[in-house]
Design a protein around this ligand. Structure first.
Ligand code: ADP
Ligand code: MG
Length: 475
């Protein structure tokens, strides 16, 4: 180290210390090593690219002030950035940024520095074979059921898993409500990459891990280690980014990691409970990054997909589930797939440990305990039958496709009660009436409400039916 450089830097530090708080001083200025002072130029060595960018973004005024006071108006700062701290055989790789503080970053100069003195910071190289990717091997593509609800997201995921960082799906942003399979899918991508490209470093974190690791690093003055760790990753999966809302510092850190990884062709995958444009409490620049690659949504699975998921899951546990039970569950568990999983696990428990037969009764029993509130005693069947009886029409005709008015009205009324007394989605209600779609059901609800306003007789009928159905609900 240049003695002159060290004197100059010490004097700079005195100025800096008066302008930043203790914690930031320790975090961002203590680690800096003065390398050279020649004429008006002071060269400082910083431990990483991230570190350098952070300084440039946050501390330009302070650094300028210090340089001007110590070296005069023409004073200039240059950076020497450790981009790879090397090991015993390879010297560290350095990049010099002349013209710091307000510089334009051009003509990068790669300089191979010499020896260990250049790496004053512990820098642990991750080994792809031993790094803990935090992946759950149970989440794979082969047990991720494809449906209309997830087709785009799944294909994008597959493409990414074949060529991480290479497709234009970078970042890949998957969004959707609770239990639609976001975590399953992103973990499947991770598992696939680990299998086919074992030299890649894959890391899954949910925002919670990320945030607490970051805060911990901040407190313990380990920011470099923290980001050195993340910058070595080839595939970074950040689950549930919506929870970073309002966490400015964490977002800032993620922004830097994101940029660095993206620039060096590393793959980033994120999930969120809503599309990026609806994320609240995020810095605009971070949101605009999210939109660089591909954004794909996952929808609530439809009946068929749910059925397939149920069969799939039971089969993988070596259990045959009778078709009527599977259909019953697919229709009844209408909250989300996580509840479905609870129900299935409980069924598996009953079937294997208690050696009970899985039948409708058991399914109903289990369902009652797990999915609260959504189960009233009124089933679609019961509503259909009661309404058909009331209007004296054929049940099958009412459930079918006939378009005659005397059939259509009871059908619409039955749909209306299904909406009122079951938790089924519009689409599922439609599927119980000859495979109609949700817009038909919406239309039915509107007609019933209109008719109730304009036709007192009709209104009476609906009220009468309400009583009959309510009796059933209560008793
Ligand atoms: P999210 O992260 O969107 O809240 P999860 O990925 O945790 O949802 O999914 C909830 C449960 O549903 C998990 O057990 C998952 O395996 C299962 N699941 C969701 N989608 C599918 C699918 N398409 N195929 C198979 N299982 C699925
Ligand atoms: Mg999840």
């Amino acid at each position: 180290m240049d003695i002159n450089a060290s004197t100059v830097w010490d004097r700079c530090l005195e100025v800096i210390r008066q302008n930043v708080d203790e914690q930031n001083f320790i975090t961002w200025f203590k680690p800096i090593v003065p390398v050279r002072a020649e004429g008006d130029v002071l060269t400082i060595q910083v431990p990483s690219q991230f570190f350098y960018e952070w300084l440039e973004e946050h501390y330009v005024p302070v650094l300028k002030k210090a340089i001007v006071q110590v070296l005069g108006e023409n004073g200039r700062l240059e950076y020497s950035v450790i981009v790879d701290s090397g090991n015993q055989r390879n010297p560290p790789l350095m990049v010099n940024y002349p013209n710091g503080t307000g510089f334009k970053r051009n003509n990068l100069q790669h300089v191979a520095g010499g020896g260990d003195e250049y790496s004053p910071f512990s820098f642990k190289a991750l080994n792809p074979l031993t790094v803990n990717s935090r992946l759950n091997p149970a989440y794979r593509f082969d047990n991720f059921v494809e449906g209309d609800c997830n087709r785009l997201a799944r294909s994008a995921g597959l493409a990414v898993s074949k060529k991480p960082g290479v497709t234009s799906f970078n970042p890949l942003m998957l969004y959707g409500g609770v239990g639609v399979g976001k975590t399953h899918l992103v973990q499947a991508i991770g598992n696939e990459i680990k299998k086919s490209l074992p030299e890649k470093i894959v890391l899954y974190v949910d925002q919670n891990d990320f945030t607490s690791q970051f805060l911990n690093a901040l407190q313990n003055n380990k920011i470099q280690e923290f980001q050195n760790y993340y910058l070595q990753v080839d595939l970074l999966i950040l689950d549930d980014v919506q929870f970073l809302a309002g966490r400015e510092k964490t977002q800032e850190m993620f922004f830097h990691i994101f940029n660095q990884l993206h620039q060096s062709g590393k793959q980033i995958i994120m999930t969120s409970d809503c599309p990026p444009r609806d994320l609240k409490g995020f810095q605009e620049r971070l949101l605009s990054r999210f939109k660089w690659g591909l954004t794909a949504d996952l929808q609530e699975p439809d009946f068929e997909t749910k059925l397939a998921i149920i069969h799939n899951k039971m089969k993988s546990d070596g259990i045959d589930i009778p078709t009527d039970v599977a259909e019953y569950l697919a229709l009844s568990v209408d909250t989300n797939l996580r509840d479905m999983e609870g129900v299935l696990n409980s069924l598996i428990f009953h079937a294997t440990l208690l050696k009970k037969e899985i039948d409708l009764d058991l399914a109903k029993e289990v369902l009652k305990n797990i999915v609260k509130e959504i189960q009233s005693d009124v089933s679609v069947d019961f509503i259909q039958k009661t309404v058909a009886d009331f209007f004296k029409v054929e049940l099958e005709a009412m459930k079918g496709k006939i378009k005659k008015r005397e059939i259509v009205i009871p059908r619409q009324v039955a749909m209306y009660f299904c909406k009122r007394y079951t938790q089924l989605t519009l689409a599922l209600i439609g599927s119980n009436f000859g495979g109609r779609d949700h817009s038909t059901v919406i239309h039915a609800l509107e007609s019933v409400e209109d008719m109730m306003k304009t036709d007192p007789n009709f209104k009476n009928s609906v009220e009468e039916l309400t009583k009959k159905l309510k009796l059933r609900v209560a008793g």
